[in-house]
Each structure stands twice: as C-alpha cells, then as structure tokens.
Design a protein around this ligand. Structure first.
Ligand SMILES: [Mg+2]
Length: 310
C-alpha cells in the first residue's frame, strides 16, 4: 500500500516537471508550427528548437509552472500547508526575476505589500480586469495540493487565490487536485458524472464533456486563439489525458504535440498521469535527462517525508 502511494506521489511530481520541460518545446506554437519543427513529433528534450523564446532555458529544464509548484512544496510542514509561507516563497521567487512568468502572476506579485496582504492584492488585480481574468497560472502549480493525505479544499483554494481570485481558477484547481488525491491515496479514477457533479457551472460542464467525449486530443483545438491560457481549456486538456491516455508516455507525447500553452497543459496533465500510472511507469530517459533531476529528486524526497510523517 505504502509503496504504491510513494510511487504515485513521485509519479505526480516528476510528471509535473517532465510535462513542463517537454511542453516548452511547443509552447505558443500552432499545430502547423509544431508539425514544421517536429515532423516526427516532439518526444525528447534535445529536439526542442532553440528560438528566441526557448533558448533561455537549459535543455530539459522546467519553467515557471514547476518553479511555483516548488514554492508551494516549501510551504508545507508536518501540520500541513501555510499560505503565508507560500506567499513569501512566491515573492522571493519573483524578486529573483524568474523566466516565463505569466503576466497576471507578475502583476499580483509586484505589489509592494503582497506578503502582508496577498489575497487582497490578488483580488484587487482581478477586479482591475473587470473580474474577467481566469488564466491557468494557478492550475499549473496545483498538483502538489492533491498529495496531502487528507484532502483539504481550503488549502487548495488558498494556494490558488494567492494570485488567481477568479472562481473558475479555484474550481479548476479543486477538480485537478482532488483527482490527484483520489488517484494517489485511494487508487480511484473519477467517472465523468462524478467530475460533472463537482460543478454547477454550465460552461465548465461543457469542457468536461468535451474532454470525455472527444476521441482525439486534436478535437480540443488547444492551439486555437484566443484564450490558449484559459484555465478551463487547460483543465479540459488534462481531463482528456486522464480519461483517454493509456500510459504516461502516450499522454505526454499527445499533449506536447498540440501546441498552445503546451508547457502548462502538459504540466498538469502529466502530474495527473504520473499519479495514475506511477513513477515506475515513466520512461527513465525523461527522469534522467530532466535538467537538475538530482536536485528535484532530493526536493521530492524531503516533501514525501513530510507527507508520510504527518
Ligand atoms: Mg511555463
């Protein structure tokens, strides 16, 4: 029992970073560009083209999605999640001038009193968008919130609301985190009806049905503008993999070859796939060639000790 839980926790954490790192290869591309640059499909980190956007990262490096997930990781102690510490970690990360940071996250974190009143800063920034900013910047880092044994919706909401105040962001984070929690701790795959029962939002319900009913991931049109970074679209992509992928690797390859917000789509989708199929199902190439893989493994080991000791 315990070894299977550990395998799934590591699967989730490495899935997050691997999806993020390989997804960078097609981030912001449309389908035509993906086919042009990767005619035999994007499968390996060393295929990633070195254009002006991507050359800033080392080959196989994760991006802001996993950076921010690590900020949340460092906000846990034996008693659970401390949002004040997460806010401090976000601000410290922001002050280091991180690469790939999303526009909305940057606007919130640049507030001078962010650490004293993070939720207020987040709310003010959301209101300034006429309450209509529902980007996927919280969903991209939420996977770790599902790994605590006793699922805590309040913590999930806090981890989201620290930068993303929109109810659609909160709901996306809740669904993804709960799915991961059920996979890791209960070996349970939620049915489409169970996921539908988690929301009364008709728009989200249509995205959930789209994920479930589409035979091919290309039916989701993940690279179609506008709104490639919309939280419901990223959740839809992750749900497609959750219900349709028959292995970690097949889901990873499918999603990163769709372009759009590929690093974020793949980060959350592959966190779910890793939680479902386990660390031992991940081809070792993706683990060994992840940039700073040993460092990441050490961080994950420390986190697992906290989770299992709680
Ligand atoms: Mg990113």
């Amino acid at each position: 029992m315990k070894s299977q839980v550990i395998d799934r926790i590591f699967g989730c954490l490495f899935g997050q970073a691997i999806g993020d790192a390989l997804g960078l290869g097609s981030e912001f591309m449309d389908k035509k560009e993906v086919k042009k640059y990767y005619p035999d499909k994007l499968k390996r980190y060393d295929q990633i083209i070195q254009d002006g956007h991507r050359i800033r990262w080392n080959i196989g490096a994760w991006t802001d999605d996993t950076d921010m997930m690590l900020c949340l990781m460092d906000a846990f102690n034996n008693g659970g999640f401390l949002y004040e510490r997460a806010a401090h970690n976000f601000k410290t990360w922001f002050n280091g001038i991180p690469m790939g940071i999303g526009r909305h996250v940057a606007k919130v974190l640049c507030c001078s009193d962010y650490e004293d009143a993070p939720f207020e800063a987040s709310k003010i920034m959301w209101i300034s968008t006429k309450c209509n900013c529902a980007a996927n910047g919280a969903l991209m880092r939420t996977s770790i919130m599902g790994l605590w044994k006793e699922y805590n919706r309040d913590w999930v909401e806090q981890a989201c609301t620290l930068t993303h105040y929109d109810p659609r962001c909160i709901l996306s984070c809740h669904i993804a985190s709960f799915i991961i929690n059920q996979l890791v701790w209960h070996s349970r795959l939620l049915s489409v009806d169970e996921v539908l029962s988690m929301t009364a939002d008709a728009e989200l319900a249509s995205y959930i049905k789209l994920a479930y009913d589409s035979p091919n991931i290309s039916d989701l049109e993940l690279a179609k503008q506008p709104g490639i970074g919309y939280t419901y679209r990223t959740l839809c992509a992750a749900l497609w993999c959750y219900w349709h992928s028959d292995s970690f690797e097949s889901g990873l390859i499918d999603i990163v070859n769709e372009g759009g917000d590929a690093d974020t789509n793949a980060a959350i989708a592959c966190a779910i796939l890793g939680a479902r199929f386990g660390y031992n199902s991940i081809p070792i190439y993706y683990v060994n060639n992840l940039h700073r893989s040993d460092y990441y493994m050490n961080r994950c080991n420390d986190f697992v000790k906290i989770v299992l000791g709680s």
